[in-house]
Design a protein around this ligand. Structure first.
Ligand code: PAF
Length: 284
């Protein structure tokens, strides 16, 4: 695995792979690599591609500097894990490499509407930061394929919209959420949970799962289901930030004809924000 920090070196090595007609795939990450990231890498390798992983904790997608400063960093361990998965190139740029004019008044990529709803209502600059950094990486690397996890479902939909609207010739491949045995979705932020918080964190998924079962069996009215599930989550110790039942294609409200549904939720557990979703196919 080659570790690359500069744009010049990145471009040189990519050119050599492209000249030899390799298919190039990109797995963008913010590091603290876990099984969820490795599932993306494994899929890229299974598809016989040159796999480039980027690790960049992108300052413009954090609304609070506290959150940015406390984001878990574990670069040595990350390198080991990625090497074991046969990653070809690890790109670790600095902030000044990715934002040569600084992070105030930076030139941005913005997907309207989708970036302002749901998670975007409270985290005003979050998705603008995400689409900006992803578009920079796409422009630099020009991968044939790019891999994203389904855990941040709204992020995935926004990136697909950006690729469509900006005519990027890149295929977005999404990979289902990877969970620990108890059901907790892998996330870099799990490392910040205290022992006691970790013990109950998986109940977030279990509660959403039972909500999904009720929705599938059509045994509850949607509004009542959201109210009861919020109550159950808060009784366990979570503070519910958002809980939605939406159409999974357009993130719009569902109606009687909806068949592809997603439950999207974010909760606070102490100071840690957990995010999860469950997709449901309703057969009519
Ligand atoms: O999902 C993430 O880890 C980040 O939002 C991403 C896509 C790497 C952009 O910084």
């Amino acid at each position: 695995m080659k570790i690359i920090r500069s744009i010049d070196n990145l471009k040189k090595i990519i050119k050599s792979f492209r000249d030899s007609n390799y298919v190039i795939s990109l797995v963008p990450t913010m590091g603290n690599i876990h099984d969820g990231h490795l599932a993306l890498v494994k899929k890229a390798k299974l598809m016989n591609t040159i796999c480039i992983v980027s690790i960049f904790i992108n300052p413009t997608q954090f609304d609070q500097s506290y959150d940015f400063n406390n984001y878990p960093r574990s670069i040595k361990l990350d390198c080991k894990k990625l090497m074991l998965c046969n990653v070809d190139i690890l790109f670790i740029p600095s902030i000044s490499t990715m934002y040569p004019n600084g992070i105030n008044n930076y030139t941005c990529m913005y997907v309207p509407y989708l970036s302002k709803i749901l998670e975007g209502r409270k985290r005003l600059n979050h998705y603008k930061g995400v689409t900006t950094i992803i578009s920079k990486l796409f422009n630099l690397i020009q991968p044939n394929l790019a891999f994203f996890g389904e855990k941040d479902f709204q992020q995935l939909i926004i990136i697909k919209r950006m690729v469509h609207d900006m005519y990027y010739n890149i295929k977005i491949i999404s990979v289902p959420i990877i969970r620990e045995i108890n059901g907790l979705a892998y996330s870099s932020r799990n490392a910040l949970l205290s022992k006691d918080e970790y013990k109950i964190a998986h109940k977030f998924y279990l509660t959403l799962k039972s909500m999904a079962d009720k929705l599938k069996n059509n045994t509850y009215h949607v509004i009542n289901l959201i109210k009861t599930t919020t109550y159950q989550l808060e009784k366990i110790g979570f503070i519910v930030d958002s809980l939605y039942i939406l159409d999974s294609k357009y993130l719009t409200y569902i109606n009687n004809n909806s068949t592809n549904i997603v439950i999207l939720s974010t909760v606070w557990l102490g100071k840690i924000r957990l995010i999860d979703n469950i997709r449901i196919k309703i057969t009519k």
